[in-house]
Design a protein around this ligand. Structure first.
Ligand code: ADP
Ligand code: MG
Length: 369
């Protein structure tokens, strides 16, 4: 039961077509755990330096296999999907088996690679599907005397309203978020939670949920969601201890693909879209304030810091993931291009603050009653 820091990784993707068309210049470099960014307006100045738990170079140095999988060239520093899973997803899995709550969230501007790392595309499966797949493989290989129970739920936060992505009839105005008076934690009233017995079932539910997402286009990325997507997996292991009593080890795994972090004006949004942008920023700036407050608390400088979880739906639901009982990983997605300098620098600063957070994760193990 010791303090555990939030683990922070950053990942830099290849140039996209838009960046190539504009003759974009590469301003990110990585060396070991260090990431540097060059201000394109002051090319003679030293680049700014940041250090993270992991700095993943996925910009170049890869070959696309026949099945579409992007594989690292021999000797290159390219980080493949498998590599990222091995570092981050495997830890989530191990912690879930030990009975810790786990959270993984992806931050970054639209088009920076959040969904690629979390969910992936085609044969380049991301951390979430690989982790779910490995979870069921481990269950099958696990102790036959242990009973395993897995549930799945999926929601989105859009305009500060919660929609159940596994439900066809969401109430107007969204589902209610309430606080459990005993535990103090916030939860979504009436959210569908389905039992799943295999990876295939999770995959099917994910597709169902993805199809139900609110998708609105902006100039930046026509297919990108402007909502926060939260997948929650609960994992229970019921077994007998030495005294023959039944005990239950429980883990809640939160997997969060955040909405784009860019300011609304930089995407050319107007009208309704602008309002959405403002709300998305409300949740994200609340997240930023929570991260700052927690970082202040952890650094010990200030003793009395009010952590403003209640300022947005996102921070209410992520309370445990951020400052509570959870092993938490954040992956910040970076564009490599000079034209995104301001947004990328702000992502790096956000990630840098998140590093300072210390959680208190404890094993959830209780006798069955
Ligand atoms: P976001 O979810 O942040 O809006 P996406 O994950 O959809 O962004 O990524 C935008 C595009 O960049 C996609 O076409 C995706 O395939 C590509 N991409 C992102 N990250 C990588 C990566 N590490 N390697 C290769 N392509 C990537
Ligand atoms: Mg996305």
């Amino acid at each position: 039961d010791k303090d555990t820091g939030v683990k922070v990784a950053v990942r830099c993707r290849p140039f996209n077509q838009r960046e190539k068309d504009r003759g974009a210049k590469l301003i990110i470099d990585m060396n070991g755990a260090m990431t540097t960014i060059q201000n394109p307006e002051t090319p003679n100045e030293e680049p700014k330096k940041f250090t993270f738990d992991f700095s993943y170079w996925s910009h170049d140095g890869y070959t696309e296999k026949d099945d579409g999988y992007l594989e690292a060239n021999p000797g290159s520093k390219y980080s493949s999907q498998r590599r990222v899973f091995d570092d981050l997803g495997q830890g989530v899995l191990d912690n879930a088996f030990k009975g810790f709550n786990c959270s993984l969230f992806a931050y970054g501007q639209t088009g920076s690679g959040k969904s690629y790392s979390m969910v992936g595309y085609g044969n380049n499966k991301g951390i979430v599907p690989i982790t779910c797949d490995e979870l069921f493989k481990a269950i099958e290989a696990g102790d036959k005397a242990t009973k395993y129970e897995v549930t799945f739920s999926m929601l989105e936060i859009y305009n500060e309203q919660v929609r159940d992505l596994l439900s066809k009839d969401n109430p107007k105005g969204g589902l209610q978020v309430r606080q459990n008076p005993k535990l103090g934690l916030f939860y979504v009233v009436g959210l569908k939670k389905v039992a799943v017995g295999s990876y295939a079932e999770i995959d099917k539910r994910t597709q169902e949920g993805t199809a139900n997402r609110t998708v609105a286009s902006t100039n930046m990325n026509a297919t990108s969601s402007r909502a926060h997507t939260v997948v929650t997996i609960t994992f229970d292991q019921i077994s007998k201890n030495e005294a023959g009593e039944e005990t239950k080890k429980s883990s809640v795994i939160n997997l969060v693909d955040l909405a784009g972090s860019e300011r609304a004006d930089s995407t050319g949004a107007t009208g309704d879209r602008l309002k959405e942008g403002a709300n998305i920023n409300k949740s994200l700036s609340a997240l930023g304030n929570v991260i700052s407050a927690l970082a202040d608390l952890s650094s010990g400088g200030k003793k009395k810091v009010m952590v403003p979880y209640r300022d947005s739906v996102l921070t209410k639901l992520l309370q445990n993931a951020l400052g509570g009982n959870s092993k938490t990983v954040m992956i910040a997605a970076l564009s490599p291009a000079d034209i995104n300098y301001d947004e990328t620098l702000s992502t790096l600063r956000y990630a840098d603050r998140a590093k300072k957070i210390k959680n208190k994760a404890v094993v959830n193990e209780n006798p069955l009653d």
